[in-house]
Design a protein around this ligand. Sequence first.
Ligand SMILES: O=C(O)/C=C/c1cccc(O)c1O
Ligand code: FE2
Length: 312
Amino acid sequence: MTIKLKCLSHTPLRGLNDPGADVVREVDDVLSRMRAEVEAFDPELIVVFAPDHYNGLFYDLMPQFVIATAAESVADYNTLPGPLSIPKELAMDMTRFILDSDIDIALSHRLQVDHGCTQTLEELTGSLTRYPVIPIIINSVAPPFGPYRRVRKLGEAVGRFIAGLDKRVLVLGTGGLSHEPPVPLIADAPQEVANFLIAGRNPTPEARAQRQARTIATGKVFGTPDCPLTPLNPEWDRAFINTLVEGRLDKVDQFDIQEISKTAGRSTHEIRTWVAAFAALSAAGPYAARNDYYRPINEWIAGYGVVSAETL
Ligand SMILES: O=C(O)/C=C/c1cccc(O)c1O
Ligand SMILES: [Fe+2]
């Protein structure tokens, strides 16, 4: 058993509302390095902890955790369409193991996943099907959220399961860091928006285009006085990265959900996927981690970070 980890931000605005060429090149370079490392590792299984942004999961039945035995990309923004290559029996074994570990997780035999899952897979492997992958969606965008300690416990259960496999496993966390894109909140939403958040699956092409245009327009003003959304918080991001890299995972149990939303932005909770990924790695033994990259990028509405780790 060998386990490697990569956690990185995603942003659907990459390629649609780019920062200056120097920054784009910097990120391209770090992603090519990460992709080369994945290629060299040649994982026999990828476990990706990812959020959903009201593309696959809605308030008609909003789970905190979901594991999928089959999933298809909704191909939002510029992301790839098509099914993921999920080993069904192994995903079922993992589900049973997680449930036996006292963690309630929903099971989907037909999940729709969005850029939150697929962008990172594509960036690190070049496709959605290059390696067998088990997606685990962690609610990070649709409040209320369960406490961070529950996310850590989920990650640890997954880590114990993969530690028992005789396989090279790559664990991914995708999302964050500090950011607040214009994703609506159900509290106080007008009826039409609430209807979408409750049951907005398979929107019309026009509705999807409108949503994407709104995000791009926000990217153009994000971080300026013209934008009312919570700005990026590099200090918060760097402290969070250090917490994980230095192996102080127990600190996340004290994370205050409201406080994080206020100081770093509502979608910062996508870091729950990083917490789960690091918890999985930690359950397999001591690890070494490094911070590969960090930069706050307003054009992408992203405190953009990349971190790698592996068991010692
Ligand atoms: O769900 C959307 O439409 C947009 C999501 C988004 C926007 C900007 C940065 C991100 O990390 C996102 O997930
Ligand atoms: Fe996101």
